[in-house]
Design a protein around this ligand. Structure first.
Ligand code: SF4
Length: 702
């Protein structure tokens, strides 16, 4: 969208008005940016996900474009413990290249690691993977999306043969007669999504929410199941048990479209609802009501999010809900199915194109010889030179600076000092590195530890593509030039590659990178070969897989078959197991974390937006009034939440919305209020997801 008036910049000619998308979450709300003289105006756009709505974060996103804390020059630290000082780009890039050379020469290519982010565009995520594998020849690359959707991704892959968060358009929510949200709070995290839920409610649909807290979403539900954190799996198996005993399973669907049901049936036969009530606290009557509401509906949708997924048994928990969805015959029918609500802006695309430790572009596996041959062909290298799989994000960061771990780390679009579990330990690991390089637009807490900080463009200053929570590939459009002194991530990778190798130059133009990504993804599970920027513009996005430019895209998957070798979905028998860290006399309470409406992820950006800071100025600890009374704490009393790994300090916030045996803190703040000083680094054995959502703590007056 343009109004005809355009401005010339070093990037070319840019429009005075641009239709683009919010820089933050995976809803990727459509917005319009307008040049209003001194300010950039943000308008909401009638896009299929947000239908004209934005949340407070979206409305205020432009405030960061000219923020006084914006980085506009590289920063260098001359000696450990010294201050960061401004430097020229040549000096900064030469320092990075020399540091990488030294580490590689001394310790080998795997001594250099790369850490990406789920907010990077598809082009950046792709280029980062290629840079790691071809330029650096390291196996060590992973990204912060490992801590968001990896459990749902792994469960989706093993059940359906593909991981697309929503295998149907978001608008299908409005068509569901029953909607079950598990560990999801879109009323606070993605408010415009609730327009689709409102459609569903207006049609007489039922909303069921499973959440340990009576969140803004749960308060709107017809039925709120409030389990102990970490017991969702037991709840899911009990729901399937009820469906089996009451004859509610869709046996024709199970017979025609799935495999493995008998083993799940045998497993679930022993998952008595009374036992689920004992484990979770959810009354049997509520479990029965939920199971019947799902089974009686013509159309039903089950959605999971981080509350169910961020556990050391996250993959099995999601599998339990997928088992339930398959037994009820939901996937593949319009207005029905299972999906995961992806969190980060490009959480979907960011997990498809090669910044994961075990992955090549197109959601290919890096240990698959055919995949290696295909991608190596696109990159013009010998497949044998491509490294093998690395390790998941937490293991990677936890090995930094150790005798067997990387000695140098490049960070793009991530702030692990705030977002990593057991963050005090990860902060220490980062300090042990020989070289830490951070590319960011602001001085994040991780940038504060860096030897070199490289200032990068932000959303309204760059072209590219993002893939939203529906698997819809979108255009991000440059609207204004970046400040002088700022470079794009693609320009930084190309400049480093030029210093490190004498190979062909890396492209810096996002469209050129996207064209290469199309070729690299061709034939893979996430096939973008038929997606062009023109087609995205014409159709309000294109759903993958889309192998042919002239062929259709795929808004809905699984109508006829699942992309497994035999075309059938797979049941996986799973059973409840306790949290990695049980409560005890010294740590008698459960601790869980999450987000608030006015902040986003590690808060690097949103904590600097005045309106958002006013709305959510700092961390807090949510306590039930009964627990607070036992502790002698009132609203606003400073408290300490102490786990075996560390503590956080913040004011108490009393709320009957939380269980009396559980305390909650948001994870957006650094320093004393850092929730991840407390969280547990126990990992899911399949996905590598840390157990963010439950650990044992005690609470004291500070
Ligand atoms: S943060 Fe998410 S819900 Fe809010 S405006 Fe941006 S994309 Fe939409």
């Amino acid at each position: 969208m343009t109004d005809g008036a355009r401005v010339a910049t070093r990037s070319g000619v840019l429009p005075r008005e641009a239709a683009t998308h919010c820089p933050y979450c995976a809803l990727q709300c459509g917005m319009v940016l307008r040049d209003a003289g001194d300010v950039v105006e943000v308008g909401a756009r009638d896009f299929p996900t947000n239908r004209g709505g934005l949340c407070q974060k979206g409305w205020t996103a432009a405030e960061l474009l000219d923020h006084p804390e914006r980085l506009t020059t590289p920063l260098l630290r001359d000696r450990p413990g010294g201050e960061l000082r401004p430097a020229s780009w040549d000096e900064a890039l030469d320092r990075v290249a020399a540091g990488l050379h030294t580490v590689r020469d001394r310790y080998g290519p795997d001594a250099v690691a790369v850490f990406g982010g789920g907010g990077l565009t598809n082009e950046k995520a792709y280029a980062l993977g290629r840079f790691a594998r071809v330029t650096l020849r390291t196996r060590h690359i992973d990204y912060n999306g490992r801590w968001c959707m990896s459990s749902a991704a792994a469960a989706g892959n093993r059940a359906f043969g593909v991981d697309r968060g929503l295998p149907f358009p978001l608008a299908d929510l409005g068509r569901a007669d029953t909607l079950l949200l598990v560990g999801a709070n879109p009323a606070e995290t993605m408010p415009p999504l609730m327009r689709h839920v409102a459609d569903q409610r207006e049609r007489g649909g039922r909303l069921i929410v499973i959440d340990p807290r009576a969140t803004a979403t749960a308060r709107q539900a017809d039925l709120h199941l409030q389990p102990l954190p970490g017991t969702d799996l037991a709840v899911a198996n009990a729901l399937l048990h009820i469906a089996l005993t009451e004859g509610l399973v869709d046996r024709a669907y199970v017979a025609a479209r799935t495999t493995g049901f008998d083993e799940v049936r045998r497993t679930v036969a022993g998952c008595w609802p009374a036992e689920a009530e004992r484990l979770s606290g959810v009354p049997v009557a509520d479990l029965e009501a939920a199971a019947r509401a799902l089974a009686d509906a013509d159309r039903a949708i089950i959605l999971t999010a981080r509350g169910a997924e961020q556990h050391a048994k996250g993959v099995d928990t999601v599998s339990a809900f997928i088992n339930l969805a398959l037994a009820l015959g939901l996937p593949g029918r319009p207005g029905s199915g299972y999906g995961c609500l992806t969190g980060q802006g490009n959480g979907q695309g960011g997990r498809e194109h090669g910044q994961k430790a075990d992955q090549l572009p197109g959601y290919r596996r890096i240990d698959d010889p055919a995949a290696r041959a295909h991608v190596a062909g696109v990159w013009g290298v010998d497949p044998a030179t491509l490294p093998g799989p690395g390790v998941p994000a937490y293991q990677l960061l936890d090995s930094l600076g150790t005798p067997s771990g990387p000695r140098a780390l490049l960070v793009f679009g991530s702030n692990p000092v705030v977002s990593a579990p057991r963050a005090t330990r990860i902060e220490s690991r980062l300090r042990d590195l020989d070289l830490l390089v951070v590319a960011d637009l602001l001085r994040s807490e991780t940038a504060e530890l860096a030897d070199v900080v490289l200032p990068v463009t932000q959303w309204a200053e760059e072209d590219g593509t993002m893939t939203n929570l529906e698997g819809r590939v979108l255009r991000r459009r440059a609207f204004r030039p970046p400040p002088a002194g700022v470079r794009t991530d693609l320009e930084i990778l190309a400049a480093l590659a030029a210093r490190l190798t004498d190979g062909a130059p890396l492209p810096t133009d996002p469209r050129t990178v996207f064209e290469e990504l199309r070729r690299a993804s061709a034939g893979g599970p996430a096939d973008y070969a038929g997606i062009t920027w023109e087609r995205i513009d014409a159709d309000e996005g294109v759903f993958w897989p889309c192998p042919d430019e002239d062929g259709p895209d795929r808004p809905r998957l699984f109508a006829d078959r699942f992309p497994t070798p035999d075309g059938r979905a797979r049941f996986h028998p799973v059973t409840h197991r306790p949290a990695a860290e049980p409560v005890c006399a010294d740590y008698p309470l459960h601790f869980t974390t999450g987000r608030v409406l006015a902040q986003y992820q590690s808060g690097t950006q949103t904590r600097r937006v005045a309106a958002l800071r006013r709305a959510a100025p700092g961390g807090f600890v949510e306590l039930h009034p009964d627990l607070a009374a036992r502790l002698g704490v009132t609203d606003g009393t400073p408290v300490r939440v102490v786990s075996r790994r560390g503590e956080l300090r913040a004011p108490a916030r009393l709320s009957p919305a939380i269980r009396p045996d559980t305390v909650f803190a948001p994870f957006h703040w650094p320093g004393a209020a850092r929730a991840n000083s407390v969280t547990n680094d126990a990992l899911d054995p399949v996905s590598g997801m840390p157990e963010f959502k439950i650990c044992a703590v005690r609470v004291e007056r500070a």
